[in-house]
Design a protein around this ligand. Structure first.
Ligand SMILES: [Fe+2]
Length: 219
């Protein structure tokens, strides 16, 4: 990603971004400022591991803070339902990254940050949405966002399931590396002090795993 936003422009949009972030966590029934802030912190830790440039770290943080604003704007009851989503509800929900991208534009976020919001549900094997990008077609920051969003969601109590322990969530990331997640990003994530290491040895057999179809976003 290129482009270097001025410090003034970043500061100006920061307050609005934090307001959106708080509204997002409230809508999704997370503890105030818990989910989005955790994703932003974990994402930045990974960004540093991958030596992302300062401006890319800013874009990733902004996108992390507002990534699910599309869900808030859609305001669907099923999002907080304890029931499994129907096929139609799942399709409807898949609109949220695009709606989020549009809202990120209205918030004045850079095009790079807008696209991270758009692509935060893309999967390494191309089975994600909205654009079914695969592998390096997905920007590294969006691949990072996918991993940290999943980890934060899994380790939080949701209306439809109990919270995973950190080691259970780490195991999930390991099992879905090469399918949903970039294996390199998962491997680095498991070295962070924030997360428990998976008890399963990290290895990915992509020839086997890439055939797997998505079953649930666990969010
Ligand atoms: Fe999302």
């Amino acid at each position: 990603m290129t482009g270097n936003p001025s410090t003034k422009a970043v500061a100006k949009s920061d307050e609005r971004i934090l307001r959106v972030s708080a509204a997002m966590d409230e809508f999704e029934n997370y503890a105030p400022n818990q989910h989005a802030a955790q994703i932003a912190a974990l994402g930045d830790a990974l960004a540093q591991k991958f030596n992302l440039a300062a401006h890319d770290r800013i874009f990733l943080r902004q996108a992390a803070l507002v990534h699910d604003i599309g869900e808030v704007l859609m305001n669907r009851e099923y999002i907080l339902s304890s029931q499994m989503l129907t096929a139609n509800e799942r399709l409807d929900l898949q609109r949220h990254p695009v709606i989020g991208e549009q809202e990120a534009a209205k918030l004045g976020l850079s095009r790079a940050a807008q696209l991270l919001v758009r692509w935060h549900h893309e999967w390494w094997n191309g089975a994600g949405y909205p654009d079914a990008l695969r592998r390096e077609q997905i920007p590294l920051s969006a691949r990072i966002l996918r991993v940290v969003d999943s980890f934060a969601a899994l380790t939080s109590k949701r209306p439809f399931r109990a919270a995973f322990s950190e080691s259970e969530a780490a195991r999930h990331l390991t099992e879905w590396a090469g399918i949903e997640f970039d294996p390199k990003v998962v491997k680095e994530f498991l070295t962070l002090e924030y997360s428990a290491k998976s008890e399963t040895e990290f290895e990915t057999n992509q020839s086997e795993t890439e055939q797997k179809e998505p079953t649930s976003t666990f969010e």
